[in-house]
Structure formats: C-alpha cells, structure tokens
Design a protein around this ligand. Structure first.
Ligand code: NAP
Length: 288
C-alpha cells in the first residue's frame, strides 16, 4: 500500500491555518498534523526538530507568522525571530528531513509605487518593518532550501481570526458612519481560496519551486472593499472615503500592492475566484 503522505500545518490557529483545518476532511488521502503556537512555536528550533525526528513529514505548510504590521515597528526582535530566524530554521529542517516546505509572504515586500500588478520578479523594497522581515524570511528560506515554495498573498481575510472584513462587519453593526481609506489599492484574498490553491499545488506533486503570487481576481481600494461588505450585509452604516493622511498608522502601507497571479495560475492550472464572489461566500459562511 502506498504510504499516506503527512502534511504538517504550523500556526494552525491563524486565519489560513484554520482554513486548512476546514479543508483537511476533503483530502482523506493525506494525514494532516496541525500545530498551534501553544503546541510548538516555530521559533522553538529544538522542539520543531524533535517533532520532525519523530514524525515523517512529507509537506510542511507554514501558516505561522508575526502578522501585527504596526506592532512590528517597535517589537522588532520578535518580528525577526518569527518571520526571519524561525523561517530560516524551518527551511533547513525541511531540507534535512526531505519535507516539501510551503511558506507565505506578503505584498508588503513591494514599495507600492507601481502602476500595474507586481510580478514575482519585480524589485522588492518594503516600506515597513513587517515587510522587511517577510522579505528577509523569503531570502533565508530560499538560501536554506532551494525547493521551497513561497506564496506571496495580500489583504487576507477569513471567517476565522482577526481581519478587515470582520472588523468592518462589527463596526458597521455598532456605528452609523465609518471612514475607510481610498488611496491604497490592492487585492483581497479569501484564505479559504488560498488554502484550496495550496492543496492543488500539493496534489500536483510537481517539482516547481520558487516565489508565486496569489490573491483573488480584481484590484480595489479599502474603501471599495468596505462598501462591498456593507452592501452584502445590507447595512445602513455610511461608509465615507478617507485619505491615508487622515488615518495615520505606525507602519507605512504601500499605496498600490496588487499582485500579478499569472505564474501560479499557469504553473498549476489554478482558477482564482473574483474578490466579490469570495467575499460573499465568506460573509455567508460567517453569518450562518
Ligand atoms: N493577514 C494578512 O492580511 C496577510 C497579508 C499578506 C500575507 N500574509 C501572510 O499570510 C500568512 C498567514 O497569515 P494569517 O493571516 O493566517 O495570519 P494570522 O491569522 O495572524 O495567523 C498567524 C498565526 O501564527 C501564529 N504564530 C505567531 N507566532 C508564532 C510562533 N512563534 N510559532 C507558531 N505560531 C505562531 C499566531 O498565533 P497567535 O495569534 O497566538 O500569536 C497565529 O495563529 C502569514 O505568513 C502572513 O505573513 C497575511
């Protein structure tokens, strides 16, 4: 009998990790092992190594990250420990134990001055510390493991965890009016779609490695995103446009961070849903 492949998901209680938990029963040909931060923190190198020593892992999907963009401007050591050092170690461990390493990065590796969606080969130039750590994590992972698959994604939301969609839904239920920035444009990503795409990548058994971009189809502003949430919810809250300068944050954001997804679509014949369709699915799932 063919051996049942084991997939390890780290950071398993985050948005993306939770979406893999939902998908797992649909892939009975794989044995999924989920590790939350409390079970094994990815920056605990010894524990992680011991886990790989004990369990034969075929694929390791790293959903763990330091994702607090503003906090990372001051909590630099932690952001580096999780987004750079731990990722470098994980890449090396996966190589040592012959596990395929799948890791996620961000649109925030770019400076936002582009006028067309960023391709994987475009010059990186992060404008905030989080983006800098994610970029260094990419570089360290590639250096330690040439077979790594890195998927850069953007504006991730899900019915799990903390995200823009859930925050908007809460605020729209509480307030008569809210302001949302209109001069930052990018591509929302429904974590459930991303998790499905990753499963398609794993199932292909292809040797393709390197950096890929994944986000839902369509480019919008946060204001347009909020307006769509309001429409889908049928909320009477007024959404008014703000300029980034009206809403100062500790970390600077790129003004334009749309990702070009041609490479992932062509490599694995992945069909990516439009942002609005996926937003409707997420809100429906969340409400029911
Ligand atoms: N969210 C976005 O908009 C966005 C955009 C672009 C790229 N990404 C990337 O996409 C990936 C998935 O993000 P996400 O949205 O699912 O993030 P998330 O919801 O913040 O989940 C990250 C998870 O990692 C856990 N974690 C933090 N430090 C850890 C450690 N040392 N060891 C193990 N687990 C740890 C967190 O646990 P605690 O909550 O307990 O700390 C959390 O459960 C990340 O690589 C992120 O950088 C996200």
């Amino acid at each position: 009998m063919e051996h049942q492949k084991k997939i390890l998901v780290t950071g398993a209680n985050g948005q993306l990790g939770m979406e893999f938990r939902q998908l797992a029963p649909l892939f009975p040909e794989y044995l999924f092992l989920f590790l939350s931060k409390a079970e094994i923190a990815i920056d605990d190198d010894d524990k992680l190594r011991a886990f790989f020593e004990k369990n034969i892992i075929d694929v390791c999907i790293n959903c763990a990250a330091y994702t607090a963009v503003d906090k990372s401007e001051t909590d630099k050591e932690q952001a580096i420990a999780i987004n750079v050092t731990a990722v470098a170690n994980m890449a090396a461990i996966c190589k040592q134990y012959s596990a395929r390493f799948i890791h996620f990065s961000t649109d925030y590796v770019f400076n936002g001055n582009a006028e067309k969606p960023y391709r994987e080969s475009d010059v990186t130039d992060p404008v905030n510390f989080y983006g800098q750590t994610k970029l260094e994590g990419e570089q360290a992972a590639i250096k330690n493991n040439e077979d790594v698959i890195i998927i850069r994604t953007s504006w991730v939301y899900s019915r799990f965890g903390k995200n823009f969609v859930k925050t908007m839904m809460r605020l729209m239920a509480e307030k008569d009016s809210i302001g949302v920035v209109t001069d930052q444009r990018g591509c929302p990503t429904y974590a459930a779609d991303l998790a499905e795409a990753v499963m398609q990548v794993i199932k292909s058994n292809s040797d393709a490695a390197g950096i890929y971009h994944y986000c839902n189809e369509g480019i919008i502003s946060w204001f347009e995103f909020a307006t769509a949430i309001k429409e889908i919810m049928g909320s009477s809250c007024t959404v008014h446009p703000l300029a980034t300068s009206d809403y100062p944050t500790p970390a600077k954001r790129p003004a334009y961070s749309a990702l070009d997804t041609r490479k992932i679509k062509e490599t694995w014949q992945i069909a990516i849903p439009g942002w609005r369709t996926s937003l409707e699915s997420c809100i429906k799932e969340y409400i029911n």
